[in-house]
Design a protein around this ligand. Structure first.
Ligand SMILES: [Zn+2]
Ligand SMILES: [Zn+2]
Length: 484
């Protein structure tokens, strides 16, 4: 039996930020893998575990607008926020990380086994890294990553499930406590969905007798007004001629500004925790690798001054039964109590990274790094130039020693002096996002509230120009409008 083939024209995104039409041919099937041909030449070979889906809609996100800055090959058909259809017309949203687990292929990948499949080092990423994306009419979706959309969730909300899941993951990471005041700094394209996710979680909390407040903090009064419709319980303008919120006005501040200056504001306004949702790729707060910190979903916190009680966080035996692996980068010696609760390796970050890479069990990374300078924090995030690998594991922690030299970094100074904690998050769980949307009629209106512009698939140049403008909050590309 001949392998199925799918042929279509799509707009490639190129390194010079322009679009160019190309003819694509997909040959293969889920069991045998795929060959992707661009204008008759082999562009990509994929192993098994991908199924073709026809794209109905695809959202334009900030990652698409900054795609030329990312370290993945171009040209590529981009777009990763998709609603797509199978041969029977069923609607799906698609988790973007094509890991071993998402493809359902056997492997001995330590990351997929540890539940860190969104950090699988061998993953491709839909519409971002290699895999043709949703600005074209067909995608190859990892078979285990296609999640059917509940009947009561409209396309307008389904097309936002990818960023909404990321927003919900941020809310679960900060885990609001009753009585907290949670601020979203700079709500706009993604940040407005963080407000919505907070509102969805708050509604559940209130039904159970608890509550927390949701504050929107922005320069633009129009965004504050919009944030109210998404469920903000209070709004605060900054940068105008109005009184600014006081230092430490909020328990947690989620920085969604996408701007290197946003973090210093978040640090000033936060009492307990700053959650970073920005990947602008630029230095900030004396650190070079904060974007990579978000990519790896790392946290920075203060090293405890005395032995922590058992039952707390990173000091527990990992599920494998082994002690946590601690990479000690600080010049001062490790305290005596640490050796009784962890496997401590002392040295330079690049050498320690190689040491852990050779680990025969568990993840080939440290669980925690202890740093005492901004340079050591950076080295814990990216110890070796040219290697996109952290010293610490995904969702691991960098602890800042009390003897740290933190001049030039308000963030590290606040961690040291006030025990502030920095956390970060990236992709979220689509099942959780969809079940929250299916259960909450207000939340299902996120699309009508956020999407300001619709484009046909042939209008990508215009869609991107509009998406960059202040007038646009969220743009969506619609394939079926193009097919008439
Ligand atoms: Zn996105
Ligand atoms: Zn894997």
């Amino acid at each position: 039996m001949p392998m199925p083939t799918i042929e279509f024209d799509a707009q490639d995104y190129r390194a010079d930020q322009s679009f160019a039409r190309a003819h694509y041919r997909l040959e293969g099937d889920a069991a045998h893998g795929w060959r992707v041909l661009r204008d008759g030449a082999l562009a990509l070979e994929l192993g098994p575990g991908y199924r073709p889906l026809r794209v109905r809609q695809c959202g334009v996100c900030s990652t698409d607008l900054a795609r030329h800055h990312l370290p993945f090959p171009l040209p590529q058909v981009t777009g990763h926020e998709v609603v797509a259809l199978d041969e029977a017309g069923r609607r799906y949203v698609v988790e973007i990380n094509a890991s071993h687990q998402a493809r359902g292929v056997p492997s001995d990948c330590a990351f997929c086994r540890a539940g860190l499949h969104t950090h699988c080092p061998e993953r491709r990423v839909l519409g971002i890294h290699d895999l043709p994306g949703g600005f074209g009419p067909w995608i190859l979706a990892p078979v285990g990553a296609c999640i059917e959309v509940p009947a009561n969730v409209p396309d307008s909300a389904a097309v936002l499930v990818e960023p909404f899941a990321a927003a919900l993951h941020a809310v679960h990471t900060i885990a609001p406590r009753d009585g907290d005041k949670i601020a979203v700094l700079g709500p706009r394209r993604l940040g407005m969905l963080v407000v919505a996710a907070l509102a969805g979680v708050r509604a559940q909390r209130r039904a159970a007798g608890g509550d927390f407040a949701i504050a929107a903090v922005a320069r633009d009064p129009a965004m504050l007004h919009l944030a109210r419709t998404f469920g903000a319980t209070e709004t605060h303008q900054i940068g105008g001629r109005v009184a600014e919120p006081a230092d430490g006005a909020f328990d947690v501040v989620i920085d969604t500004t996408g701007n290197p200056d946003g973090l210093a504001t978040a640090v000033r306004l936060a009492r307990r925790e700053v959650h970073l949702k920005s990947t602008h790729g630029q230095p900030s707060n004396g650190l070079r690798h904060l974007t990579e910190l978000v990519v790896d979903e790392l946290a920075i916190a203060r090293f405890p001054s005395e032995a922590p009680a058992t039952g707390t966080s990173v000091w527990e035996r990992a599920r494998t039964g082994s002690w946590p692996r601690i990479a000690w980068l600080a010049a001062v010696p490790a305290p005596g109590w640490l050796a009784s609760m962890a496997d401590v390796q002392r040295g330079d970050a690049a050498a320690l990274a190689q040491h852990y890479a050779a680990a025969s069990d568990g993840l080939p990374r440290a669980d925690v790094a202890v740093a005492a300078t901004p340079a050591q924090v950076d080295a814990a995030i990216r110890p070796r130039a040219g290697h996109e690998q952290a010293l610490v594991r995904p969702r691991g922690t960098v602890l800042l020693h009390a003897a740290a030299e933190v001049a030039g970094s308000p963030l590290l100074a606040a961690i040291e002096a006030r025990d502030l904690r920095l956390t970060s998050s990236r992709c979220g769980d689509f099942h959780q996002a969809l079940s929250l949307l299916a259960a909450d009629a207000e939340l299902r209106r996120i699309g009508e509230r956020l999407v300001t512009n619709h484009f046909r698939a042939g209008e990508l140049t215009q869609a991107f120009a509009t998406a960059r403008s202040r007038a646009c909050i969220k743009a969506v590309v619609d394939h079926e409008a193009n097919a008439s």
